[in-house]
Write a protein that binds this ligand. Sequence first.
Ligand code: NAG
Ligand code: NAG
Ligand code: NAG
Length: 419
Amino acid sequence: MFSLLCGLMSVCALGRGQLATNGQLDDGKRYICRAIPLSGDPTCPVTLLPELNAGGQEEELRNTVMQLRETILQQKEMISKQIGTINELTTKLSLCASTTDDRKYDKGSSWGKEKQNTMGDDRLENLEQQHLRANVSGAPFPTELRDLLQRRLGELEKQLLKKVSNLEEEKSMLSNATAEYRLKTESTLSALVDRISELEKGGGDFKSPEQFKLSLPQRTNYLYGRVTKTLPEMYAFTLCMWIKSSASPGIGTPFSYGVPGQANEIVLIEWGNNPIELLINDKVAQLPLEVRDGKWHHICITWTTRDGQWEAYQDGGKLGSGDNLAAWHPIKPGGVIILGQEQDVVGGRFDAGQAFVGELSQVNIWDRVLKPVEIQSMANCSSYIPGNVISWLASNVEVFGRGAFKRPMETCQERLPKA
Ligand SMILES: *[C@@H]1O[C@H](CO)[C@@H](O)[C@H](O)[C@H]1NC(C)=O
Ligand SMILES: *[C@@H]1O[C@H](CO)[C@@H](O)[C@H](O)[C@H]1NC(C)=O
Ligand SMILES: *[C@@H]1O[C@H](CO)[C@@H](O)[C@H](O)[C@H]1NC(C)=O
């Protein structure tokens, strides 16, 4: 052994010509050291060896070591990634579990399950810590942890499915309620559409809001107009309207105002062969008016609580007056005005025999007695005064019954009686 080493060193010393110990110059040549047995002839020319040999093996080994190191590093990296994933999953799982705990509609039976899950969580943490400790040594991903995770995921999936089915049930209940509501809404809507088309048939766009008439062509108990406004308490009033009818024997009831407790608070009626009557608080006055000729007529009735005085006008002329009609009675407020029907109860119980047949327009009410000149100027078309308590506006008059319409009105001149 010793001799081998010595020989080795000697060859090396020989080969390294650049060493200045013996004063030799560097001749620029390179030599390769090689161990030779002591028994060998050291003077024999050194045979050139192929480059690969001892050095090549060393290189190979080094490469292998490098590769191994790299593999280890990669594995470590993978493990740390897996740990990151595990941590993330655990956080998500615990989040899921806590939201599941919060469910209000959770049955008692599932609380046991939750406890199991918490226990599972503890085990999961233990395993995780074990794995962390094993990190340095590069231990493989434990299959136990994987199984646990899979089980946990399975449980969560089941809970999710239950939640989804609960939600589906709620949705079905809701959609049933919605369907019912939608049916109701649809029927209301279709009624509204009917009303609108009726209004459109009747000519919705009038030249001006008061230039329309209410047309009640048949004697029924269901065609009528209703004024959307009510009357205040009144101690005097004037009621005017344009009226056209050819009904016989009587024109029926163009106007009625009923209040709770008194369906005949104010009524204008012509029934049978009787003259037109004015009822106030169910007291009656017969009016000297004649409108049954199928032509337009302008009529006005004035009344005051003082002595129950009344006046009746037709086409601008005062045709009659009287007193003691519901004297000192105040007109009660808050009732319902119906055009074309006589009310037996407020707003209803109509009688076809008392229904008005014909056309009505510009039904206006004032809470005072109009002067004769005011009435005359309206009747001769030189002025139009809207009522101060009830004003004839399309928006103030609702039409009821198939066949009853609001229609555009003839001009005032066209309504005037031809001389
Ligand atoms: C696990 O090993 C990786 C790679 O060496 C390291 O980055 C990580 O911090 C280690 N994790 C733990 C929890 O020790
Ligand atoms: C909703 O309606 C459907 C069919 O109309 C019915 O089968 C279902 O039981 C109803 N759901 C509820 C919660 O009422
Ligand atoms: C209409 O009546 C008013 C009031 O009586 C009168 O002043 C006016 O001259 C009348 N107009 C016509 C065109 O008759």
